[in-house]
Ligand binder design. Structure first.
Ligand SMILES: Nc1nc2c(ncn2[C@@H]2O[C@H](COP(=O)(O)OP(=O)(O)OP(=O)(O)O)[C@@H](O)[C@H]2O)c(=O)[nH]1
Ligand SMILES: [Mg+2]
Length: 202
């Protein structure tokens, strides 16, 4: 069985027997690049550009004042699950003006992580809508920024308007183990319809 980007027209696969594509999506500055970097076994491909004074009126930097760059195309990372299974991670750009890239980025994706920042929950609505409308399974991962108010997964689920079966987890996008938990949850959700890691508060 082969999924996603490993498929070739002739039915063969490029290297691993199973190459799985997963997206890390969400609003501007929620920590997508940070998550791909934290969990990738290779130095990820990043397409960062400097935020300029001109973008200050467009990009909301409240809570992430230290942010200097933004993704303008994609982040790309890889995790070898075992010699036969390779996971490819694609981080999406967060700014609305790069929406035109999403159909290409999401092609062949098995699932997605929608990262959210509770201080700017609405910024991740579009990603939720996108995956729901294309029937791409996703989990919601709340990136717990220092100083951000904490809410229960149930509250976040209700605020985002996602069905109750969609797992909502709290995470720290800077920590590999935490990101791993999110991905395990996504795969359990995809394969069984229920999360291995129950939504919980840290
Ligand atoms: N305190 C804290 N800071 C974080 C965390 N995750 C990311 N950051 C910081 O928040 C900022 C945004 O992180 P990025 O990973 O660039 O966010 P992004 O979602 O890729 O941003 P765009 O590509 O511009 O949409 C950076 O300055 C990170 O260092 C976190 O879990 N906690
Ligand atoms: Mg980014």
């Amino acid at each position: 069985m082969a999924y996603g980007i490993s498929e070739r027209p002739g039915g063969g696969v490029m290297s691993a027997e199973l190459a799985v594509k997963v997206l890390v999506a969400g609003g501007f500055g929620v920590g997508k690049t940070t998550m791909v970097e934290a969990i990738s076994e290779i130095t990820p491909l990043r397409t960062e550009e400097q935020l300029t004074e001109l973008s200050n009126s467009v990009d909301d930097l409240r809570g992430i004042e230290g942010k200097r760059t933004t993704t303008v195309a994609l982040d790309f990372g890889r995790i070898t699950i075992n010699p036969r299974v390779i996971l490819y991670l694609f981080g999406t750009p967060g700014q609305d003006r790069f929406w035109f890239l999403w159909p290409e980025l999401s092609r062949g994706a098995l699932g997605a992580v929608v990262l959210v920042d509770t201080r700017r929950l609405a910024d991740s609505f579009a990603a939720v809508d996108y995956f729901e409308s294309r029937r791409i399974p996703f989990v919601v991962a709340v990136n717990c920024f220092d100083g951000a108010d904490r809410y229960s997964p149930t509250e976040i689920s209700a605020a985002l308007g996602v069905p109750t079966h969609v797992p909502v987890l709290l995470c720290d996008a800077r920590e590999r183990e935490s990101c791993k938990e999110v991905l395990v949850c996504l795969f359990e959700y995809i394969t069984t319809g229920s999360p291995a890691v129950r939504p919980r508060l840290r």
